[in-house]
Design a protein around this ligand. Structure first.
Ligand SMILES: [Zn+2]
Length: 199
């Protein structure tokens, strides 16, 4: 039980916040804001005594109750600092590139079939992309995500997204999206649609 668990966090409206947010800190190295910089950290992890996982967690935001274990390994010198709860579009952003929808989800047979059979086609790629970004960002800042794989590239999370149904039955489509966490409240989509289901 660390000291943080005992704090009551009150936000600027005087409400007790549902989540305390923290920033993961690995002191003395720079935050990896791009995939190329993540790769540099992977290399640094192989050539120095620094741990690549910790290097790539440096600067990332997590709710205190939904974060990787800290210390992460023996002799881990990382620490955490309390930050203001991230605000969607201001201190948090979600990035889903159109290629992940248009050139991947609508190319992979099972995913294409899933969207097609529910009334969406490749022409809706931008709508789907934007909806995924909006829903995921809201859920990330709400702490409503599942921690996924943590490896030398960083921490992945899974977020469930719903799209309104467009078929006669009108049931929403529900699927999981995979994201990589970057420093400064940024998440970038890695996997557009898994665990496909109709509600
Ligand atoms: Zn560490």
């Amino acid at each position: 039980m660390g000291v943080f668990e005992n704090l009551i966090y009150v936000n600027d409206k005087g409400e007790v916040a549902s989540h305390i947010w923290i920033k993961w800190i690995h002191e003395g190295t720079k935050e990896a804001n791009t995939n190329a910089e993540k790769q540099e950290n992977v290399l640094l992890g192989e050539t120095t005594r620094h741990c690549a996982k910790c290097l790539n967690l440096n600067g990332c935001y997590f709710p205190l109750d939904n974060m990787p274990e800290q210390p992460l390994h023996p002799n881990c010198h990382c620490y955490k600092t309390i930050i203001d709860k991230p605000i969607a579009g201001r201190t948090a952003q979600a990035v889903c590139y159109i290629q992940k929808i248009r050139d991947y989800a609508f190319v992979k047979e099972a995913k294409k079939k899933f969207f097609n059979s529910n009334g969406y086609d490749i022409m809706d790629s931008e709508y789907i992309r934007k909806t995924i970004e909006d829903v995921a960002l809201k859920k990330y800042v709400g702490g409503d995500f599942k921690l996924g794989m943590l490896d030398k590239h960083g921490q992945r999370i899974t977020i469930r997204v719903e799209l309104p149904g467009r078929t006669a039955q009108g049931k929403p489509l529900s699927f999981c999206t995979g994201w990589m966490i970057y420093p400064g409240g940024k998440i970038v989509l890695t996997t557009p649609a898994t665990e496909l289901s109709k509600k």
